[in-house]
Design a protein around this ligand. Structure first.
Ligand code: SAM
Length: 500
């Protein structure tokens, strides 16, 4: 894959003509067969295509299904492009039959980004597992989607996609950033990311090198990274799977992505990183990550979505490498156990980090376990949190009391209690959107928050509730301020117009 004989914009035009899109492919093969493809099973889709040889069926058979297609059928779909694609190493020709050497598949996403993504062929179709080449370039994965869904999509001037792989994050960034830079350690990844960019008619400044090396001291308004976070034991460098593991000990690579990124943010700039982190004997994971972000001048929200024990973790990633069923499996498993024991890693946290450079004297820090289902995309909730944190940082307690607040429209009240009793024993306000958080309230706080309709000021509400329940107004005011700050940050309460 070195020559560039293919006319990529011509190829994109033909894809448009044949409606080679996610929706059209789903319609062609049916929802169930499409879901089976999501589980790496292709037989249902192949059966759905039958003996159709129209262009959309031919493209679907060639790329997403990785089947041989007849040259004449492909010539009808891509006139004049088959030979250049073969010469460029994108396709392989054997006699009159053509096979894909590289994957090109339609892409669509919640935020409207759509087009085609070029990557290596999906491994493990129909349970055929085989070890992967070390410079394998992964296509769009569930981790890619997690990052696209949490990336804040405010328009920015400069964005960086660190470890671009197939270029999917850059495809999204190019919709809301004036300039997009993308880096990767793997030259093959940059080649494929360039093809993704060409096919989609976007300009990306692609740079080869490790971590922030190719970036130097340049700074950005938004940095996103789905880095090679897998904590695997050091082994033969030639066998390291670049798409998923670095050569740092434990979670050292994620730490470098975070600290290096924080140092390259413009004021107000945002860094969003997926990661795995070590739970080391005797250390709280929050302290570990707290150490990475201390002194960066950034507000920080870290969400630990899942924790795996060492064996669950090892099994997950050995299977991902195509080693399930291989004779190498037991020895690799044992070496990984030795590695974790030597580093005293008792578990592995998986999740994401959001940093924003605010240079506050006291940064806003939230490091939380949140394994519950979220609304996706979660980015709007994160963006609202950044705005709320700024607002709250500018309000002292008196100002919080002097404002009007209103419950967010997605908050519902749930009560639980013994039938027949006048008062519920449990009262919960639950968000229907975003993080879908729930907070338990006592009668006084429920009285205060329930009256937050954007008309009365918080101090007026506190005074009436204190009078009604015969409680100390100063104590209730202090409790209300703390609660309002938390709920406003989490999006359950909204600041009403300050002029009211
Ligand atoms: C998990 S893939 C992510 C690909 C893509 N950004 C996505 O979201 O799907 C990680 C990428 O980081 C690249 N990578 C590995 N080590 C790196 C390093 N030290 N510096 C920069 N990129 C690296 C890999 O080649 C791979 O393309």
């Amino acid at each position: 894959m070195t020559a560039m004989l293919t006319d990529w914009s011509g190829l994109a035009d033909l894809f448009e003509t044949h409606d080679y899109t996610v929706d059209a492919v789903v319609e062609l093969i049916g929802e169930q067969a499409h879901r089976a493809m999501g589980r790496n099973a292709t037989v249902a889709a192949v059966r759905a295509l039958g003996d159709r040889t129209d262009p959309l069926a031919t493209l679907t058979r060639l790329w997403p299904l990785q089947r041989v297609v007849d040259r004449d059928a492909l010539e009808r779909a891509l006139p004049g492009l088959v030979d250049p694609l073969v010469a460029d190493g994108i396709l392989t020709a054997v006699d009159h039959q053509i096979l894909a050497a590289v994957d090109i598949r339609p892409y669509a996403s919640d935020d409207g980004a759509s087009g085609w993504v070029v990557s290596d062929l999906s491994p493990g179709l129909d349970t055929v597992t085989a070890p992967m080449r070390p410079d394998f370039v992964l296509g769009v994965s569930s981790a890619s989607a997690t990052l696209t869904q949490l990336t804040v999509r405010t328009p920015v001037r400069r964005a960086l996609d660190l470890g671009t792989g197939c270029g999917v994050q850059s495809l999204h960034l190019s919709r809301h950033a004036d300039e997009v830079m993308a880096t990767d350690l793997n030259p093959r990844a940059l080649e494929l990311a360039e093809l993704t960019a060409r096919l989609n008619g976007v300009t990306i400044d692609l740079r080869l090198g490790s971590l922030y090396e190719p970036v130097g001291e340049e700074t950005f308004d938004l940095i996103v990274s789905n880095p090679p976070y897998v904590m695997s034991p050091p082994g033969d460098e030639a066998e390291r799977l670049t798409y998923r593991e670095g050569n740092s000990a434990a979670d050292g690579l994620v730490e470098q992505v975070v600290t290096g990124g924080a140092a390259r943010l413009n004021p107000g700039g945002v860094l969003q990183v997926l990661g795995n982190w070590a739970h080391v004997r005797g250390q709280d994971w929050r302290d570990r990550i707290g150490g990475w972000v201390a002194g960066t001048g950034c507000d920080v929200h870290v969400v630990q979505r899942e924790v795996l024990d060492p064996y669950e973790y090892i099994e997950l990633w050995l299977a991902d490498a195509g080693l399930a069923g291989s004779p190498l499996y037991p020895a690799r498993y044992a070496a990984w156990c030795d590695y974790f024991e030597a580093l005293e890693i008792e578990a592995v946290g998986m999740g994401w980090l959001v940093l924003r450079r605010t240079d506050r004297a006291v940064p806003h820090l939230v490091l939380e376990d949140w394994p519950h289902p979220l609304e996706q995309p979660i980015a709007p909730a994160l963006e609202a949190e950044l705005v709320a944190v700024d607002l709250l940082a500018g309000l002292d307690d008196r100002a919080v009391l002097a404002r009007t607040w209103t419950l967010a429209p997605d908050v519902v009240e749930e009560t639980q209690g013994t039938p027949g009793l006048a008062d519920p024993q449990h009262l919960v306000y639950r968000q229907q959107r975003g993080f879908r958080r729930a907070v338990q309230l006592d009668t006084a706080m429920a009285g205060v928050l329930g009256a937050c309709d954007g008309e009365l000021r918080l101090d007026q509400i506190v005074a009436s509730v204190a009078r009604l329940l015969d409680v100390d107004p100063a104590t209730l005011a202090a409790q209300a301020v703390t609660r309002v700050r938390d709920l406003a940050r989490d999006g359950l309460l909204l600041a009403a117009d300050p002029a009211r």
